[in-house]
Design a protein around this ligand. Structure first.
Ligand SMILES: [Fe+2]
Length: 298
């Protein structure tokens, strides 16, 4: 039975270390359990899945995302048009469909996404996965870039791994560049300060990854500056060219990534000329050490 399913759903690697393209399935209609099982296995193995020819609306994107678990509800901020809900809108367009001026709060908020990060790492229950689906894509630029912190970890010498395992990082929603945090209320900024292990293992296959990025800012038990330097060094190490896949968006693309073991960032495009709108759903994890050892919903 599995062989029939696997012959219909095609999974093709797009990078030597991670990322696969998935075709042969329509995610905008109810996905059978056995098909989800194939996707779940591919997600745990490849870390980033690029689905082609999907034309989600918000309802179908939410319905598919729910296969992976409970969805995050965002606080109101410029990236979701000040509406709390399950959809975050990544766009340079206003409600009227026209390009926003560069000094609009939503455009300023965009700059936050250009630092390498893992979604919601500043929450006590960090995100398991994010699904970003194209609605309008620009003809050039605006790639989303992904880095495999799992591949990077695998390449570290054993003695470095031993020195890093067991360390705990402090994550904040705020970025060190305070200019990028405009639009958030002070109470929200204070609420989102948490700690997570610096090294996380995937509960399905046991493979470990560094858990760093822009929200990780200190190491518990280390002087603040030294901890920040270590995190910066590890984030730079994970985002070297050999660990990075840059995704050029096509119409109908939907990209799902594992926030436990990858970092990502937005890249610029000509936002005064081209239109771009992508909608994101975010699947909440469980605790970082125990998230989903088994198939969600099993
Ligand atoms: Fe993000």
């Amino acid at each position: 039975m599995d062989s029939i399913i696997e012959s219909r759903i095609t999974i093709k690697p797009l990078h030597p270390r991670f990322v696969a393209e998935v075709t042969g399935i329509d995610l905008t209609v109810p996905v059978p359990r056995e098909d989800f099982r194939v996707i779940w296995a591919a997600f745990n193995e490849h870390q980033v899945l690029v689905f082609r020819d999907q034309h989600f609306d918000d309802a179908s994107q939410i319905a598919f995302s729910r296969h992976f678990g409970e969805l995050e509800t965002m606080i109101a901020h410029p990236g979701n048009d000040w509406n709390p809900g399950h959809i975050s809108v990544m766009t340079n367009l206003g409600k009227d469909g026209n390009v926003l001026p560069p000094d609009h709060p939503s455009m300023l908020h965009r700059a936050r996404n250009e630092d390498w990060h893992s979604d919601s790492s500043f929450k006590p229950v960090a995100a398991l996965a994010s699904l970003l689906a194209a609605r309008i894509v620009p003809p050039a630029g605006g790639n989303t870039e992904f880095a495999s912190a799992r591949a990077a970890w695998a390449d570290l010498p054993a003695e470095r791994k031993a020195a890093l395992e067991g360390l705990t990082a402090l994550h904040r929603m705020t970025l060190r560049d305070a200019d990028k945090d405009k639009g958030y209320k002070d109470e929200d900024k204070k609420r989102h300060v948490v700690t997570h292990p610096l090294v996380r293992a995937n509960p399905v296959n046991g493979r470990k990854a560094l858990y760093v990025g822009a929200h990780a800012q200190e190491i518990v038990g280390m002087p603040q500056e030294a901890g920040a330097r270590l995190i910066d060094e590890l984030t730079a190490y994970c985002t070297q060219a050999q660990y990075v896949y840059s995704h050029p968006w096509r119409d109908g693309d939907a990209v799902l990534w594992d926030n436990r073991c990858t970092l990502h960032r937005a890249t610029p495009f000509d936002a005064t000329t081209y239109k771009r709108r992508l909608h994101r759903t975010t699947i909440a994890g469980k605790s970082p050490d125990s998230a989903f050892a088994t198939l969600p919903g099993a």
